[in-house]
Ligand binder design. Structure first.
Ligand code: NDP
Ligand code: MG
Length: 389
């Protein structure tokens, strides 16, 4: 039996992962499941999958988790350190699906046991790409991409040599506002931004799709995962969300990955890699679909894309600044404190402030410097927002 741990089991990716492993009873030995605060879901899945341990991030939720798991023999724990401990328990395959920079420490801990880490938590690569990749190499661990675009690129590269790759093109649906007039965007509400035309995902990533901060993170993720020059990475708008990415080779060929917008494909590919197995996703009827369309990704409508290029040029801790400023700006937008287009203004401002500080963003990349930069940036964003009144 394969030993499996799911970090972020109660979220959208976590639940899709559980859906897949539930279809194969007897194949998996579930070691640890972790959640943020949703103990009802966590307890249900821990019992159903006979997990050895269930960990909740929020300490105030621990008594409820204990009550729900009383008499089951399933261990319980709480807090960020307990999640890191769960990631250290021996497992053959670990899903990293916590949202945000909080996913980095347990992801790093998981790599130390030389396991296979299925990486949905793109923030780990954005904040700590070089560190994460070198940590994996040092411990003989394997990182497999779960983000749909990166899984698509990874699949298009099987049997290929990176030296023959001219460019990588990742697609973007354009999110909820792709057809809105530009001047209407300033008044867009969180509820409007949180409805995605094609994908069913968590609230934060859905809003990040509308602002293209998600694609901005993915440009950086592409650079870090595939080690390719940023000038060779493109984002293109593809409203149908059926082509997930394309790899352009030096002989002019473009290999496109086409599939339904269902994360269980990318999760399942990482779960069964290097094999392909049957997966319960829809089969596309291309004749019925008829048209696949593409348009340029406009950096005026989506300034996040331009900011990602600045971050890739600066390197170092600017990825951590970018991610934390984006998360804090997103919190402020969800809370109704700033408008939709102001999220990019706040992030641009923080990139300027932190790079003008010198020193700070040039410090060596370590878990400590990254988490310090993350905290410092969030603090600066809240000061900046308070100053603006
Ligand atoms: P969700 O918001 O649906 O789930 C996030 C998970 O993380 C939940 O289990 C949540 O717990 C847990 N969590 C939240 N905060 C913390 C914390 N501080 N410490 C520990 N656990 C925490 O997110 P998604 O599943 O949508 O996304 C997960 C990751 O995968 C993200 O990095 C996202 O960018 C990436 N991704 C997602 C895709 C998608 O289709 N959803 C596609 C590609 C990438 P709880 O709910 O119990 O509070
Ligand atoms: Mg994606």
């Amino acid at each position: 039996m394969r030993r499996i741990t799911i970090l972020g089991a109660t979220g959208s990716i976590g639940q899709s992962t559980i859906d897949l492993i539930r279809r194969d009873p007897g194949a998996y030995d579930v070691v640890a499941l972790t959640g943020g605060s949703n103990v009802a879901q966590l307890a249900r899945d821990a019992i159903d999958l006979r997990a050895a341990v269930a960990v909740v991030n929020d300490p105030t939720a621990l008594p409820a988790l204990r009550d729900l798991l009383a008499g089951t023999g399933i261990e319980t724990a709480c807090g960020p350190d307990a999640i890191v401990d769960a990631a250290r328990r021996p497992a053959d395959w670990i899903m990293s699906a916590i949202v945000g920079a909080a996913g980095l420490p347990p992801g790093m801990a998981a790599l130390e046991q030389g396991t296979t880490l299925a990486l949905a938590n793109k923030e780990s690569l954005v904040t700590a790409g070089p560190l994460l990749m070198s940590h994996a190499a040092a411990h003989g661990a394997t990182i497999l991409p779960v983000d749909s675009e990166h899984s698509a690129v990874f699949q298009a590269l099987v049997g290929e040599d990176m030296s023959a790759v001219e460019r990588i093109v990742i697609t973007a649906s354009g999110g909820a506002f792709r057809d809105w007039p530009l001047d209407a965007l300033a008044a867009a509400t969180p509820a409007q931004a949180a409805s995605h035309p094609n994908w069913d995902m968590g609230q934060r990533i859905t809003i990040d799709s509308a602002s293209m901060f998600n694609k901005a993170l993915e440009l950086i993720e592409t650079r870090e995962f595939f080690g390719i020059d940023p000038a060779r990475i493109e984002a293109i708008v593809h409203p149908e969300s059926l082509v997930h990415a394309l790899v352009g080779f030096n002989d002019g060929a473009l290999m496109a990955h086409v599939g339904p917008p269902d994360m269980r494909h990318a999760i399942g590919y990482a779960l069964h890699w290097p094999d392909r197995r049957h997966l319960p996703v829809a089969r596309l009827d291309l004749a019925a679909i008829g048209t696949l369309s593409f348009r340029p990704a406009d950096e005026v409508r989506w300034p996040a894309l331009r900011l990602a290029r600045e971050v890739m040029a600066a390197q170092g801790l600017m990825g951590a600044v970018f991610n934390a400023a984006k998360e804090a700006a997103l919190d402020a937008f969800i809370a109704g404190r700033i408008g939709f287009m102001e999220m990019a203004d706040v992030v641009a401002h923080m990139l300027d402030v932190m790079s003008a500080q010198g020193g700070q963003h040039n410090a060596p990349l370590s878990l400590d410097t990254i988490m310090d930069t993350d905290r410092m940036t969030r603090l600066r964003v809240s000061e900046h927002l308070a100053d603006r009144g």
